[in-house]
Design a protein around this ligand. Structure first.
Ligand SMILES: CC(C)(COP(=O)(O)OP(=O)(O)OC[C@H]1O[C@@H](n2cnc3c(N)ncnc32)[C@H](O)[C@@H]1OP(=O)(O)O)[C@@H](O)C(=O)NCCC(=O)NCCS
Length: 239
């Protein structure tokens, strides 16, 4: 994980990176979960999801200083090596705050997006889009052919984000959400391996870089490199 600190227009720039979620991230993830959803997952449910081989959970982090990722200590002896293989130790907690998270789970040939959320004061800074690119990469790793998800009919913000990634509505599930019986829209992509879809995604990544490479003077996302993590100016602290 690489970080860089820069400044411009009187505000500090912050890089955002997406990486695998760790158990040590769960407290921050749960905080965002509670701020984002009426019926948040329990800590046990999140921990269970993290252990699933057919799932990938990612976090976006804001990096404000250069800190090396500390690898987990390895155990000694043959028994230690065996334990490392079957129950690898957690890396040390990251010093960089979690600004969003997302998950995908393989169901046959479909990658089902189980969750995506960004901390309220970090929304509209491109982090949702960054996480979705991470999920598409995770989908390739899981070997799925298409993506699917459910979204509240009233959640226009999320629907606009998904449309950017080629999701279209395939069905409507009535009374889907248990808290208020709101309907869900089922949104799906075409085949991820399709050349047209890949070209569309490459275009999106390029557009994201372009947008962040030429930010308006104050308070908009910004990235200094073609392929590196985004650099984003921080929002005002939450009230
Ligand atoms: C949905 C969510 C993850 C989007 O994250 P985000 O970091 O704010 O999204 P981005 O900044 O990457 O936005 C990417 C695009 O999505 C669309 N979008 C995002 N928020 C939007 C909003 N409030 N209204 C309309 N479009 C919106 C826009 O097209 C946006 O591009 P633009 O900023 O260039 O116009 C975030 O709003 C969130 O956490 N919501 C609460 C949890 C939730 O509803 N999760 C989805 C469950 S299905």
């Amino acid at each position: 994980m690489q970080h860089c600190l820069s400044s411009g227009a009187g505000t500090q720039a912050i890089e955002h990176v997406v990486e695998r979620m760790r158990a040590t991230d769960l407290a921050q993830v749960r905080q965002i979960e509670r701020q984002s959803f009426a019926t948040p997952w329990s800590a046990a449910a999140l921990r269970h999801e993290l252990r699933q081989h057919a799932a990938r959970y990612l976090v976006a982090r804001a990096a404000t200083s250069v800190v090396a990722t500390v690898p987990p200590p390895t155990r000694r002896g043959w028994f230690g090596r065996l334990l490392d293989r079957i129950a690898p130790r957690e890396p040390a907690p990251s010093p960089h705050p979690v600004t969003g998270y997302a998950g995908i789970c393989r169901e046959g040939s479909v990658g089902h997006i189980t969750v995506i959320a960004v901390a309220p004061h970090w929304r509209r800074h491109g982090i949702g889009e960054l996480l979705l690119h991470g999920l598409v990469d995770a989908a390739a790793e899981l070997g799925v052919d298409t993506l699917s998800l459910e979204v509240r009919v009233s959640n226009v913000a999320a629907q606009r984000l998904y449309e950017r990634f080629g999701f279209t509505v395939s069905a409507r599930r009535h009374d889907y959400y248990t808290d208020d019986r709101e309907d869900a829209l089922v949104m799906v992509t075409g085949t991820l391996r399709d050349a047209g879809y890949r070209a569309q995604l490459a275009e999106r990544r390029a557009a994201m870089r372009q947008r962040h490479a030429h930010p308006p003077a104050v308070g908009r996302p910004h990235t200094p490199t073609a392929d590196g993590p985004q650099t984003i100016t921080p929002p005002s602290p939450p009230e």
